[in-house]
Ligand binder design. Sequence first.
Ligand SMILES: Nc1ncnc2c1ncn2[C@@H]1O[C@H](COP(=O)(O)OP(=O)(O)OP(=O)(O)O)[C@@H](O)[C@H]1O
Length: 255
Amino acid sequence: MSRLEARNLVIDVPGRRDGRALNLDLEPGQVWGVLGPNGAGKTTLLHTLAGLRAPRAGSVRLDGGALASLPRRRVARALGLVFQERQDGFPATVRETALIGRHPWLSPWQMEGGEDLQLAEAALERLDVDHLAERLVSTLSGGERQRLAIATVLTQAPAIWLADEPTNHLDLHHQTAVMALLAGEAQAGRAVMLCLHDLNLAARWCDHLLLLYPDGEACWGSRDAMLVPAALERLYGQRLATAMVGGAPVFVSVR
Ligand SMILES: Nc1ncnc2c1ncn2[C@@H]1O[C@H](COP(=O)(O)OP(=O)(O)OP(=O)(O)O)[C@@H](O)[C@H]1O
């Protein structure tokens, strides 16, 4: 189990004022949703929390240690990142790609062993892409590629998931399956943070929300405290109608 802390964190969005510094803890068992309009800084935040981008101010701490000073292997074992964009620069099969998730756990020239292969196979099956194991990644559909990206992080088995729009390209069934998988990861003691565009998925599956505004303002807290229609309308610059379905709010944009 691991925790990630943002302390007085200002993400570096070019040309934008600092806005509100973030002070939040991503703790084992939690599912955080990051909401905000295009360009608000969701991806920038995730990459900053993963140590791939330097913050403008403040720090990120992993289990109490400054992320920037920890060995990359230690970070790579703890943090799994599902990228929004990905490049498949060289030819690889689906199975080989999932096995990349084991790299943080292997020494530089060590081959993957039987246990690594078992983890990869189980992850491919869990994401419903096991029948594609021999296929080249370049031949996959958008949704299949997305599920493989999640299977690769599942193979990595990190204590903390940072997932940028994990339901991108997914049909309704696979959206629900992926959100259930991530909620299950949290229930098993991992910490999960997701950037989402779908308010209804956030309302259904997240227990904490961070609202990022385009001007750098932000607020965060428990899901119920954050799902205030007026705040969400201001966030997106969009009028919303709200209904309750199965005990959870459902938001629909209205003209
Ligand atoms: N290298 C860069 N140079 C200039 N501007 C950048 C650079 N990287 C990001 N930005 C800008 O920073 C802002 C935040 O980008 P980011 O990708 O974090 O937004 P986002 O909330 O994830 O958006 P989306 O919902 O569209 O994915 C955007 O306005 C983007 O154009």
